[in-house]
Design a protein around this ligand. Structure first.
Ligand code: ZN
Length: 145
């Protein structure tokens, strides 16, 4: 079973890679696709398991290289929390993360424009923030789970 991206995703994927002079290979498309399909902040291992369902025979090294490429060209963002393995997130808008200590699940926390500009005002004078890396952790009962 191969993997195909929906047409709008495919356009973003192809044009972003081409801008960087990179080829839109089927492995890269599949890695990108599985990250978009289930937005649960998977680790490289999780992604490897999901990719293998579509492209059996793909090696972990290939998946890892694809991830590096996708992060490098800005299609996917790396999320590092505590000492846990790196997770991957396709949400490129400025947002924070919340990690549930009990389940280990990671949730996106949207940051509205006002909050974002107030946070940017905290950056030392003379500097401008290009990235935001903010994470919360705690416990609780999410309403939708
Ligand atoms: Zn995220």
């Amino acid at each position: 079973m191969s993997y195909s991206l929906t047409s709008s995703r495919n356009q973003t994927f192809i044009s972003t890679l081409r801008e960087k002079g990179l080829r839109p290979t089927k492995q890269r498309a599949c890695v990108y696709g599985v990250i978009l399909d289930k937005r649960d902040h998977p680790t490289a291992d999780d992604i490897y398991d999901r990719v293998k369902r579509h492209l059996p025979g793909t090696s972990f090294a290939t998946v890892y290289n694809c991830l590096e490429t996708l992060v490098g060209c800005g299609l996917v963002r790396q999320v590092n929390m505590d000492r846990s393995p790196t997770r991957y997130c396709p949400n490129l808008s400025p947002h924070a993360h919340f990690r549930c200590i009990q389940s280990g699940k990671i949730y996106d926390v949207e940051i509205d424009k006002d909050t974002l500009s107030r946070m940017q005002a905290l950056v030392p004078e003379g500097f401008e923030a290009e990235n935001l890396d903010l994470s919360f952790s705690g416990t609780g009962t999410p309403p939708h789970d």
